[in-house]
Design a protein around this ligand. Sequence first.
Ligand SMILES: *[C@@H]1O[C@H](CO)[C@@H](O)[C@H](O)[C@H]1NC(C)=O
Ligand SMILES: *[C@@H]1O[C@H](CO)[C@@H](O)[C@H](O)[C@H]1NC(C)=O
Ligand SMILES: *[C@@H]1O[C@H](CO)[C@@H](O)[C@H](O)[C@H]1NC(C)=O
Ligand SMILES: *[C@@H]1O[C@H](CO)[C@@H](O)[C@H](O)[C@H]1NC(C)=O
Length: 342
Amino acid sequence: MAPPRSHLLAAAFLVLCACTVAPPPALVAAAANVPITTCRSFCGNITVDYPFGLHAGCGHAGLRDLLFCINGALMLHLPSGSYRVLDIDYAYRGVTLHDPAMSDCRALDRTPAGRGNGFVLETWREPYLSPDPDNVFLLLGCRAASPLFQGFPDRHLPCRNVSGMGCADYLACPAWDDYYAAGRRWPGDGSFGGGDAAGGGGAPPECCAVPWAAIRAVNVSRLECEGYSSAYTLAPVRAAGGAAGWAYGIRVGWALPESNRGFCGACRATGGACGHDMESHADLCLCGDWNSTSNCDSTADAAHSSAAAAAHFPRAVAAARWAVLASGLTSMWWHALRSNLW
Ligand SMILES: *[C@@H]1O[C@H](CO)[C@@H](O)[C@H](O)[C@H]1NC(C)=O
Ligand SMILES: *[C@@H]1O[C@H](CO)[C@@H](O)[C@H](O)[C@H]1NC(C)=O
Ligand SMILES: *[C@@H]1O[C@H](CO)[C@@H](O)[C@H](O)[C@H]1NC(C)=O
Ligand SMILES: *[C@@H]1O[C@H](CO)[C@@H](O)[C@H](O)[C@H]1NC(C)=O
């Protein structure tokens, strides 16, 4: 049986009144919330959200000064150069980058002085950003004197397959057809020992595949190479069709300190946006007109105390008002239910 119409109407009226006078405390907390757009934004069709940010103070400090939206293209800037961001996968923590000066399976891009940005990070950023373990860097035409081949007295090269991707397959790409046709020596004719693309003799391999962990900086000119390529695999299955089926680009992952998870969760739960202090680079919860070193409900941790006090006084008044109205509403419902059920 439904409660009488009059009771329902009265209850509805009371709710309406309460909302007009003051929103419930939960909603006040939400109203003190920063808009979702404070730190989340779009560049072209790519969402830029924590731990990345396009606005100063947004995102994690380890990823600051990294992404820029230029004419609708999301760009990632590093000491080694600028890369187009093709995708940010928040679930798998992966960023896919494209370097226009990189070789792929269809075309080689190399000059004696070295071509392509490679991939070099600022030292301070290294704990937070790095190419995936399943990303292979293929260094092309490196000189025998290259640091890549030093420190290996037994001529055991660092070159190897990475997640099933290596130079043997890459050298079969159509990109190399013109190169061989131009009368260049067939890769692997020389011998430099070891590696999947080396033969005998003493000439360095035409191609050397390495994982990021083996070199930690792909500086094409410092490594005395003529160019590079990079490919990645997202699935542990071998791509059909060899190197023509690989995904070309640089797949980069990010990592945040364990403590950040709790901090950011609490900040968001209280309506804040996770960010960082632009000077100290410490985590900061952006709460609209004030900032907190913990979350938007803890005034004690206000990074801007006078603004915080002002923001919290009307909130307390509103909460008290709502409590009075809510108790009235509850007793009214109680009466309505009792008179109808019993
Ligand atoms: C809060 O922090 C952000 C990012 O660091 C900054 O832009 C903003 O000015 C700060 N707001 C206040 C009220 O201090
Ligand atoms: C790459 O190496 C060259 C030569 O050693 C150096 O001048 C340049 O600064 C390096 N680039 C980066 C981004 O480290
Ligand atoms: C963005 O749009 C381009 C085509 O304009 C498409 O190829 C790409 O997959 C889109 N990226 C995302 C992340 O939706
Ligand atoms: C690398 O992969 C190629 C092609 O699949 C294979 O022939 C070769 O034996 C592999 N090399 C190493 C060192 O595993």
